[in-house]
Design a protein. Structure first.
Length: 405
């Protein structure tokens, strides 16, 4: 973790992948994130998808790192007292509960604000806390679907299917939504520190999917207002048929994504490879030239790319100011020298599984090394947190005996 949020305390409640990710991001920046889980049950993500062992899924290891786990039954008076003491010292409260769940638990915004007036309260849900669908429980693709990012795929005579693959293919409510939530929390925290005024944030992950489609939003929303006579701003082609914005295989069987659609990059590449005869292949009447429908040009470019390895081509890119970069499979990212230098794949020293490769932090702070604190076992920090809240040894024993924590 970095130290950007050192001294900030976060209470995380509600079982939802999006909330887990919001807490993870805050924890990665140094906040003390206390994850509140139900005794014996915990976050069901501990056992979802691929697992290293029972209760230790890859989802849990990824989304719940840099947190502490406190088990607490909020349905009991004693459990609510524990949470009240925790909230008294918190700066941020994040929840993924929908409907009136938080009100029943005494964890709605008004109740939390009465304990801690300057609290930043973030309710991050699939469809948001207001509107006709507010009480509908959601899965990730539902967020994408409402946001226009997971349209049904026809499957011949078998009806329609959900799009498969990386959730970012549909803008990814489970990824983009938490990013907006974490950004909103950071903004609200800055205001709270400056004014003493707390905030309630209602973040819908489906809304975030829509927001992430900014690149195509206005033409899609206003088709009758787009003057087709002005064209598409001058591109000449789409990605599929492009010659100058395209994947090319290198001499070692790897790939480079070549993006020489601006005249300067095309000219730099042509001169760098000794192919001045290709300089005239860029259309000067276009803002950017994708080289559409030029199959012969694509074949000629591919011949050139087959003369050097991926590493050698990146040396050319650096030396000659050319927009192109490695096209990697995800299982190759830990071998890339640039990503390694930026610490985007790190070694986590897990107490049960030994050294594990995991993802780093895209927020790089010079002079601060990012270190992962492994995801906690269920209730691992319960006694530790209760001690910080002022519970004596005997009181903690009583709470354990009653199954409240």
């Amino acid at each position: 973790m970095t130290g950007l949020l050192e001294g900030v305390t976060v209470v995380e409640t509600g079982v939802l992948m999006t909330v887990d990710f919001v807490g993870r991001m805050l924890g990665d920046e140094g906040a003390d994130v206390v994850k509140v889980e139900t005794p014996q049950l915990g976050d069901y993500l501990r056992n979802i998808m691929t697992r290293f062992a029972p209760d230790w899924s890859t989802f849990h290891l990824t989304l719940n790192r840099n947190k502490r786990s406190l088990t607490c039954d909020a349905r009991t008076a004693e459990g609510r007292d524990v949470l009240a003491r925790l909230i008294e010292r918190a700066d941020i409260f994040i929840t993924g509960n929908v409907g009136d769940t938080n009100r029943k638990l005494g964890l709605d915004y008004d109740a939390v604000r009465s304990i801690r007036p300057e609290i930043v309260y973030c309710q991050a849900t699939g469809f948001g806390a207001t509107g006709p669908y507010a009480e509908v429980p959601t899965h990730g693709q539902m967020m994408d679907a409402l946001g226009g990012g997971a349209a049904p795929m026809a499957l011949d005579d078998r009806g329609f299917v959900v799009p498969t693959g990386d959730p970012l293919g549909g803008s990814g409510g489970v990824v983009i939504g938490p990013l907006y939530a974490a950004f909103g929390v950071a903004c609200a925290l800055a205001r709270a520190r400056a004014t003493g005024e707390g905030s309630y944030l209602d973040v819908s992950c489906a809304d975030a999917v829509i927001a992430a489609k900014w690149l195509s939003a206005l033409p899609l929303l206003n088709p009758d207002k787009v003057d087709r006579a002005w064209g598409d701003g001058g591109t000449g082609a789409g990605m599929g048929e492009s010659a100058k914005y395209q994947h090319y295989e290198t001499a070692d069987g790897k790939f480079i994504l070549f993006c020489a659609i601006e005249a300067k990059f095309w000219n730099h590449w042509c001169r760098a490879v000794g192919r001045d005869d290709l300089l005239a292949e860029h259309r000067s009447d276009l803002v950017v030239d994708f080289g559409g429908g030029e199959d012969e040009l694509r074949r000629e470019i591919q011949k050139v790319f087959h003369t050097k390895t991926q590493v050698e081509w990146m040396q050319v890119a650096v030396e000659h100011d050319i927009a192109m970069g490695p096209a990697l499979r995800f299982d190759e990212i830990h071998d890339d020298p640039h990503l390694e230098a930026r610490g985007q794949v790190v070694v986590e020293h897990h107490p049960l599984f030994g050294d594990v490769l995991t993802l780093g932090n895209p927020i790089v702070v010079p002079g601060e090394k990012f270190v992962v604190r492994s995801a906690p076992a269920l209730g691992q920090h319960t006694d530790e947190v209760l001690g910080e809240l002022g519970y004596s040894d005997s009181e903690r024993e009583q709470l354990h005996a009653a199954g409240i924590v």
